[in-house]
Ligand binder design. Structure first.
Ligand code: MN
Length: 498
């Protein structure tokens, strides 16, 4: 399903269309920096992971990190993008205390990756294709620390020189919700690829958001850029605030000034950071210390051959091979860890029961999405810290499938497993929860329930057949949930018919 045209924004003078493009800075997963061997580990003591080149010492020469190049190519391929076999590193010149060299090494006119496409899943189940303009490699800057001393600012250069991929989208997004869905999908793809950990709190993924508004069909309006938004929720809030602000300005007869703005999460507002008059002239020029980066088609093909299955392909496979409904398939592939858990679970169930994947897929998906994700969400736990392993959960699923426990009992056992980390069969044994399928034992219980409820027996025999659910309920209560519901219903019908 292709996305319907999103709702236009209502203003006093009529409808407005919202135009959004995103620049995402994603930190490349790599042990060392883009042009030095210094470590990239998060959380180290300030200035303990700085080589001479990161500190901008004169005469130091940058040496390209081959693994980072591979990661950028891998990402480009994952974004269905053009890989440029020749790209060039440029110096982007500006002065800032956390940039000791006085320039950032980036890529300007010839980036390593060109145009691509990301398929974005919208909350209503539809999809929208968002164009990628480019992806280029560049260095991160250091960090100014303003909260360490009352009068001084400190500089931490641990981040200086860390490799970033700047991923620029086309202005294809039309609402804050779409922008949020795009970032989620991009993050998922990067995490599947293993090229960025996607940790927004630690700053591994940051968004600059370009927002403008226009009357439907009109030329593009003047845009404002909101810098360094570091959560999907803030992104949506920033877009909502900024679009309303621009509409109000325009409807009051004022022009939008092209400027860079900051989003303040405390007030939910954006405010001016710098206007275009203060914009930098970066004086880009090719870095004379670095040769153009030349790749061969062979090299790209070798990386392509190692790409993992990505979320869209995995989702399609879950739907076709495991007969899983679209909604659950989509939830399962959102995070690589969830998908890995689910696939390990299905494999374990298959091993224990010998059943075909398409016969067990949907029920397994229900258990993971509803029960497990439900419990984990309630505790704000991630799938990696699930108290139940895929194999342990398969143990319970097998007991349910072979009729050892009933569906309702399986839910109770699940809760107990989640709380205690115990094995399913141990819990069933300990608490006497084995489903009673022995017809002699069941018959005795059925007789008792019939004898205890003469009024309902009369109603049933008088033609009110829905009363059967009352009897089943009584029986489940009597058996503390261990009676086999199918057998019970059958026995009841037989006995009540007499
Ligand atoms: Mn950048």
């Amino acid at each position: 399903m292709t996305a319907p045209t999103p709702a236009l924004l209502k203003g006093a003078t009529g409808d407005w269309e919202l135009i959004i493009g995103l620049e995402v800075h994603a930190q490349v997963t790599s042990n060392s920096k883009l042009f030095s061997g210094a470590s990239t580990e998060f959380g180290a003591e300030p200035n303990t992971q700085v080589s001479l080149i990161d500190a901008g010492f004169p005469g130091m020469l940058p040496v390209i990190n081959g693994f980072v190049v591979e990661q950028a190519v891998r990402t480009g391929l994952g974004l269905n993008a053009q890989i440029n076999l020749r790209s060039v590193f440029d110096r982007k010149n500006y002065f800032y205390p956390d940039l000791p060299a006085g320039y950032q090494i980036s890529q300007y006119k010839q980036p390593i990756v060109g145009e691509g496409i990301v398929t974005v899943d919208l909350p209503d189940g539809s999809v929208r294709e968002v164009g990628i303009e480019r992806l280029h490699l560049e260095q991160d800057a250091g960090k100014s620390l303003h909260d360490q001393h009352p009068k001084l600012t400190y500089v931490d250069l641990n981040r200086a020189g860390v490799a970033l991929m700047e991923i620029v989208s086309k202005p294809d997004l039309r609402s804050g919700e779409e922008a949020g869905a795009y970032v989620k999908k991009l993050r998922a793809i990067l995490r599947y690829l293993g090229t960025c950990d996607g940790n927004m709190e630690q700053g591994s993924l940051r968004c600059d958001v370009n927002v403008s508004v226009r009357k439907p069909g009109a030329a593009l309006g003047t845009r404002c850029e909101i810098k360094n938004v570091n959560s999907v929720r803030f992104l949506q809030q920033a877009v909502d605030f900024e679009s309303r602000r621009q509409i109000e300005e325009l409807e009051a007869g004022r022009a939008i000034k092209q400027e860079t703005r900051l989003y303040d999460a405390n007030t939910g507002e954006t405010r001016t950071m710098r206007s275009k008059e203060e914009a930098h002239d970066y004086r880009y020029f090719p870095d004379p210390d670095l040769l153009p980066l030349e790749l061969t088609p062979d090299y790209v093909a070798r990386i392509k051959a190692t790409l993992p299955e990505l979320p869209d392909a995995k989702r399609a496979r879950l739907e076709s091979d495991l007969a899983i409904a679209p909604y659950q398939a989509r939830v399962l592939v959102m995070e690589k860890e969830s998908a890995d858990y689910f696939e390990a679970f299905v494999a374990a169930v298959q091993k224990r029961t010998g059943k075909a994947p398409q016969d067990i897929g949907q029920d397994c998906a229900n258990v993971v999405v509803t029960e497990l994700f439900g419990a984990l969400n309630k505790d704000s736990k991630s799938i990696e810290s699930s108290p139940i392993s895929p194999t342990a959960l398969a143990g319970l699923q097998a007991l349910k499938m072979d009729g050892t426990v009933s569906g309702p009992t399986a839910k109770k056992v699940f809760e107990e497993m989640y709380a205690t980390g115990k094995d399913a069969s141990a819990i069933v044994e300990e608490k006497g929860l084995k489903q009673v399928s022995d017809s002699g034992a069941l018959e005795a219980m059925v007789d008792k329930v019939i004898a205890d409820n003469p009024k309902q027996v009369e109603q049933y025999r008088g033609g009110k057949e829905t009363v059967i659910t009352f009897f089943v309920g009584q029986l489940m209560k009597l058996s503390r949930g261990t009676a086999n519901p199918a057998m019970v219903t059958e026995l009841l019908k037989k006995k009540l018919a007499k």
